[in-house]
Design a protein. Structure first.
Length: 455
């Protein structure tokens, strides 16, 4: 799973990682499956085949020196979930075997503890080794002297754990003391100085120069990469598709548009919401209904129309926290006279949102996601805030990154909403299961310690 460029020993890291993982899944299960009458040969071959297919399609071993720990955990989580399902799927077809959920759970936990520990030990050891010794560094040059090129050089200098050794800029368009030479000098410089990677500003080269440099890199086994300069859309993830032999670059809206990610997030939502409904709402709902009705007349639940994914209307469930009124499309303000005494408490602790786990189970919401705004807010801000519509790419959430970062409560200025949208867009474009878990954990912490903006 760890691949660090073309350093001296880097070519061995991926095979070592693959062999280690296969060794783990081929041996650890024997500790727990002795009583299950499993044919070891068949099960081992089946596991290796499933592991290989899953890891190939998930890019499990595509980890580089610039890969973050969160990305590695995300890969481990997805690999673990799908591999677990494949292990469970073996038993219905092997009629002579006995099924044991406990044995499978124990096997998976131990196997992934070992695999995860090995990955991170290797990952951090190599990072620290590069920092301490300067070994296994990749020599790089940058073609162009644009702001983006300068920022990339600064990243190379500050993130020494990435292991890049910057050797100079090349440009025909700019004049600066930091520029080593022109475009025509790159080939000789690259050969003489054993350059590994060539980063090219897309605005620096014309088509002929780019074609020539790409051919040079291929012939001389150099890695060539391109830096987008003026097109902000390239800051997102790009996907390359082929129309027969014609390559087309397209933007991926969000990671959650990937089928596997959708399955993982929906599976997590179902399991998490069921646990909350069974363990908490089953007894908490009658109690809250009694308290709400004792203080004020009206239903215990409040249903409000909200925009969901793709701006599809759904009705958001809440415990009623206000007196019955006709101003439901009016945002709550501090010391709002409509809020009851019970309502003040449940809003402060966010307990009024608990029935929304029913929305999650129905598939209308997610546990984590952008909070669904009022229709009036939706109409107002969709036309004045860039990327506001991005929040409708995914299901709205009971809690969200914006909320745990303090962007909640009354919207008194456009800046309040802009800050929320920034966090919502970051969450959507950088989703991972680990990020969901972090948001949930921080939400629980905020409920316990209180949030001054919750009213």
């Amino acid at each position: 799973m760890i691949l660090f460029g073309r350093g001296r020993y880097s070519k061995y890291l991926r095979p070592i990682s693959i062999l280690f993982d296969i060794l783990v899944i081929s041996t650890v299960y024997r500790i727990f499956f002795n009583e299950l009458n499993v044919n070891n040969l068949h099960f081992t071959a089946y596991q290796i085949g499933c592991w290989s297919i899953i890891s190939y399609f998930l890019g499990f071993y595509e980890v580089y020196r610039y890969t973050t720990a969160i990305q590695i955990i995300s890969k481990l989580s997805r690999q673990g979930i799908l591999f677990l399902l494949s292990v469970i799927a073996f038993f219905p077809f092997a009629k002579q075997t006995l099924f044991s959920g406990q044995a499978i759970a124990e096997y998976m936990v131990l196997a992934f503890v070992i695999i995860t520990s090995f990955k991170f030990l290797l990952f951090y050891y190599l990072k620290e080794y590069r920092i301490a010794t300067g070994s296994n560094k990749r020599n790089v040059v940058i073609v162009g002297f644009t702001p983006q090129a300068i920022n990339l050089r600064q990243l190379f200098d500050t993130r020494t754990d990435y292991g890049y050794n910057f050797q100079g800029y090349f440009s025909d368009k700019e004049k600066d003391s930091q520029i080593v030479g022109g475009i025509s000098d790159i080939k000789d410089f690259t050969t003489i100085n054993a350059i590994d990677d060539i980063y090219c500003s897309m605005n620096e080269l014309d088509n002929m120069q780019m074609k020539d440099l790409v051919e040079f890199a291929e012939i001389n086994n150099k890695t060539i990469k391109f830096i987008p300069d003026t097109k902000n859309i390239f800051s997102k993830n790009l996907r390359i598709d082929y129309y027969e032999f014609f390559p087309v670059l397209s933007l991926r809206k969000t990671p959650l548009h990937e089928p596997i990610a959708k399955i993982v997030k929906r599976g997590f939502d179902i399991v998490f919401s069921l646990l909350v409904i069974i363990l908490i709402l089953s007894w908490f709902t009658p109690l809250m209904a009694l308290l709400i009705k004792l203080e004020s007349k009206g239903p215990a639940f409040f249903l409000q129309s909200r925009p969901g994914i793709d701006e599809t209307e759904f009705f958001c469930y809440k415990f009623r926290s206000m007196q019955i009124n006709k101003r439901t499309e009016q945002s709550v303000v501090k010391n709002d006279p409509r809020i009851t005494r019970v309502g003040k408490f449940i809003r402060k602790t966010s307990l009024d949102e608990m029935p929304q786990f029913l929305n999650v189970l129905k598939g209308e919401m997610s546990v984590v996601g952008p909070r669904p705004n009022l229709w009036s807010q939706n109409k107002k801000y969709s036309s004045i805030i860039k990327k506001y519509g991005t929040r409708h790419y995914v299901k709205p959430g009971i809690t969200g990154l914006a909320q745990v970062k303090g962007c909640r409560g009354e919207i008194s200025t456009d800046e309040d909403m802009i800050n929320r949208i920034k966090y919502d867009v970051f969450y959507i474009e950088n989703w991972s299961l680990l990020l969901d878990l972090k948001v949930i954990t921080q939400t629980v912490v905020n409920i316990i310690i209180g949030d001054e903006k919750a009213y």
